[in-house]
Design a protein around this ligand. Structure first.
Ligand SMILES: [Zn+2]
Length: 267
């Protein structure tokens, strides 16, 4: 099975070279690596320039995550997107995150996030790039902002908010992604249940820590790397009651369409 991990922070993975080899050996043929600021975006970009045989193909998205919102770095990030427009595939990971009380209570912090988010959405629209959205704690506002700016290809990555907003996202024809959390989180299941396969991507959000059941029935935590995208595939297949091969073909097709990937190995 040949698969694409559509969201892995490769720059944050320790010993990335061996993780990429393991991914390839498991069947991962492409990875989309989003940035969280200028520095991480450049690190991913450099890694993609080091592309080697026996690694999945590395694609890069450049962006500033709401938790890293900073006006000076934003200009750097935007300049990088413009300069490397030919070599990157998306703007991301961008969005709003009002999850933590110290952000929720601070109008100033929220305003900065909004400013950073909007400038990147506008740039993405001008350059006709898809956008990868982080929307935790600000689901409704993220959706409204994207609609106001008019971006066409929009991915709500690892959605964890209310189902009614999720339905609106799907109604607009936007994409959503599932992570390994789908194998145990009732919240994730409730959302992804609503998502038609036609609008679904699968990912790992590596190196985030997820849970899994061991053979003895006990739970354990593991730090995700791109090869664990198969955990997500398995969970989608189980939830949707569809064969893995069928799910895989659809999510691969979706990923290629969404990010405009020219990937001959995966048809
Ligand atoms: Zn992420």
């Amino acid at each position: 099975m040949k698969i694409i991990d559509t969201h892995a922070h490769l720059d944050e993975i320790l010993d990335i070279d061996s993780a990429l080899v393991r991914a390839y050996q498991s069947g991962v043929r492409a990875v989309m690596a989003p940035g969280v600021d200028g520095k991480s975006s450049k690190k991913n970009f450099e890694l993609s320039q080091r592309q080697q045989d026996g690694w999945p193909k590395i694609y890069v998205a450049v962006g500033m995550h709401p938790s890293q919102a900073n006006e000076n770095d934003l200009n750097d990030c935007i300049a990088f997107i413009s300069h490397q427009a030919m070599s990157i595939k998306a703007v991301g990971e961008i969005g709003l995150d009002f999850w933590y009380p110290w952000v929720k209570k601070s109008e100033e912090k929220k305003e900065l996030q909004r400013y950073v988010f909007k400038r990147q959405l506008e740039l993405a629209r001008q350059l006709d790039f898809p956008v990868i959205i982080h929307s935790r704690g600000a689901w409704q506002e993220c959706l409204e902002t994207v609609l106001a700016i008019g971006n066409q290809k929009v991915l709500f990555h690892w959605y964890s908010g209310p189902v009614d907003i999720f339905k609106k996202i799907l109604d607009k024809g936007f994409f959503v992604s599932a992570t390994p959390a789908l194998s145990y989180s009732a919240h994730a299941k409730e959302a992804i249940e609503q998502a038609p396969l036609e609008q679904l991507l699968i990912e790992t959000d590596s190196p985030v820590v997820f849970k899994r059941l061991k053979e003895d029935g006990m739970g354990e935590e593991f730090r995700a790397e791109p090869k664990d995208v198969f955990v997500t595939l398995e969970a989608v297949s189980f939830l949707k009651k569809k064969e893995k091969q069928i799910v895989l073909q659809k999510v691969n097709e979706n990923a290629k369409y969404f990010f405009n990937l020219d990937l001959e190995e995966i048809r």
